[in-house]
Design a protein around this ligand. Structure first.
Ligand SMILES: Nc1ncnc2c1ncn2[C@@H]1O[C@H](COP(=O)(O)OP(=O)(O)OP(=O)(O)O)[C@@H](O)[C@H]1O
Ligand SMILES: [Mg+2]
Length: 501
């Protein structure tokens, strides 16, 4: 008996890509069916984004072939990919902030008015609104993009893709900046696209999402194809083993450190409309978890302590001494470090090399008479490269050329090197693969053991529960409750995070 086989929507075969010093893709194949959600999984630096950039015409391949619906295609530019019905949504969106939603959707292909050279705005907005409405999201086509939330901007990217009749949509870590609620809107959108026969390639480091939304998964390791399997035939351990090539034990290896004196005390921090009477203390050696929904004011609290945003009122004490923190420079001088969640905007200088980024925040400790001691600087950078297993051909690589997760590790290294006595980590493992996560937790344990006071902001409850000695939950700019490690549960945190008493 013969079984009719469906022509794949996409077939990438034997794709190879060499960058100077890095074989990003050795030999990767990927087959995606029409109307399926296909997960693309692998550790940081495995080559996922590179493979997708090749599909989207943003990078060239050295060899290999691509078939779309059974036809061999040459994708030599983003324009060509678009014409072929391939759309990619990068983590850094490609929207123009000061243009409206509608203008962004039709950028470069605006409907023409009768008068030559003029855009038919009425048609543009009617069409744009129709595309948005069809996706079932509430966004005004006339709103300027910069007024939208990250989640809404992502919806605009999807609207842009569907307006171009995309048949394949790539989402590279779409969930990293979304709240739970927004994630569910994204999932229902994905289900709708799928029912219309659109194929989705979904990249994420959060395996729960893979089980929830994906049909099949392809796993990559070090630029090689490892496996392609129905998601129902896989469990979490299978995926991790295929990704890292070994078993991973205790992913969250908490070691409680000896706690010392209060390191940081904040009293009644207020920032009009944002923060209300935030008061707490964190001790030497303690990891204080800051939980809450996105937008609850956790990042704002961190920024206020770090002197990045002005306070309306409130006071800060470091080791019992009142201090004034007017700027991040002040904060660093007082021994406070902040690892930001947004590596692109705040953490890194993308066109500098790994070594320079590592030592940027504390060059003073490596300088004599205004000269940087290069040998020591190199040793420091090599140490962090090893400790955090930063995947880079050398410490002289430009940070821009690192994979997303490896850039995040460079941000961490930079702050670890400042030797701060008080460290604030804002979503420290976002975009970090499952294997590297435990390396970061181990480092946090070590810092705590050395007496560093740690504040860890995280939206991942297992991480909060696993690593914190004590947990503060925030809701609408206030602290809504405090839980000790022994009493904390996911349910109690969620209850406080949603405004419960
Ligand atoms: N433009 C570039 N120049 C040099 N090397 C690059 C460039 N882009 C990527 N690489 C390297 O290619 C490898 C694969 O990177 P890629 O971004 O595809 O990884 P990834 O699987 O998407 O990882 P992550 O989960 O961290 O996003 C990495 O070692 C990376 O440093
Ligand atoms: Mg990537």
């Amino acid at each position: 008996m013969t079984v009719a086989t469906q022509t794949p929507a996409l077939e990438m075969r034997d794709i190879r890509k060499q960058y100077p010093g890095v074989l990003a893709l050795a030999d990767v194949s990927l087959m995606v069916k029409p109307g399926e959600v296909h997960a693309l999984l692998g550790e940081n630096g495995a080559g996922k984004s590179t493979l997708m950039k090749i599909l989207a015409g943003a990078q060239s391949k050295d060899s290999g072939t691509i078939d779309l619906f059974g036809q061999s295609v040459q994708i030599d530019s983003p324009q060509k990919a678009m014409e072929l019905g391939i759309s990619i949504i990068y983590q850094e969106f490609n929207l123009v902030p000061y243009l409206s939603v509608g203008e962004n959707i039709y950028l470069g292909r605006e409907p023409r008015a009768k008068l030559p050279g003029f855009v038919d705005f009425r048609k543009l907005y009617t069409d744009a609104q129709a595309v948005i409405d069809k996706l079932g999201v509430k966004i005004d086509a006339r709103a300027p993009v910069h007024t939208l939330s990250i989640a809404q901007q992502q919806m605009v990217e999807i609207a842009k893709a569907t307006s171009r009749k995309a048949r394949i949509i790539v989402m590279d870590e779409p969930s990293a900046t979304l709240t739970d609620h927004e994630l569910h809107s994204l999932f229902s959108l994905i289900r709708q696209l799928k029912s219309e026969g659109v194929s989705i390639i979904y990249i994420s480091h959060r395996l729960e999402e893979v089980f929830e939304i994906c049909d099949r998964a392809t796993i990559m390791r070090d630029g090689n194809w490892v496996a392609t399997e129905e998601v129902t035939n896989l469990n979490r351990e299978d995926i991790i083993r295929l990704m890292v090539g070994r078993e991973l034990k205790d992913a969250i290896p908490k070691v409680a450190a000896q706690q010392g004196k209060p390191a940081l005390t904040v009293k009644n921090l207020n920032r009009t409309g944002v923060l209300h009477d935030i008061s707490f203390t964190v001790n030497q050696g303690e990891i204080l978890g800051l939980a809450g929904l996105v937008g609850a004011g956790r990042t704002e609290t961190a920024r206020a302590i770090f002197g990045a945003d002005p306070l309306t009122s409130g006071s800060i004490e470091i080791f019992g001494v009142p201090v004034t923190v007017r700027s991040p420079q002040d904060a660093i001088r007082q021994g406070i470090g902040l690892v930001t969640e947004d590596r692109k905007q705040q953490g890194l200088v993308l066109n500098m090399v790994v070594r320079e980024n590592n030592t940027l925040a504390n060059l003073g400790s490596l300088s004599s008479f205004g000269f940087v001691r290069r040998k020591e600087e190199r040793e420091v950078a090599e140490k962090y490269r090893k400790d955090l297993s930063i995947k880079t051909p050398s410490i002289e690589q430009t940070v821009q050329n690192l994979s997303g997760g490896n850039q995040q590790k460079v941000v961490l290294a930079k702050w670890l090197f400042t030797g701060s006595k008080i460290m604030i980590f804002d979503e420290p493992t976002r975009g970090i693969d499952v294997g590297a996560k435990s390396e970061i937790y181990k480092l946090m344990n070590e810092l705590a053991a050395q007496g560093v006071a740690i504040i860890m902001i995280s939206s991942e409850l297992p991480e909060i529960l696993g690593m914190s000695d004590r947990i503060l939950v925030m809701h609408e700019g206030r602290i809504s409750g405090e839980l000790l490690r022994a009493d904390a549960t996911q349910e109690k945190i969620m209850h406080l995070a949603t405004g419960g008493e």
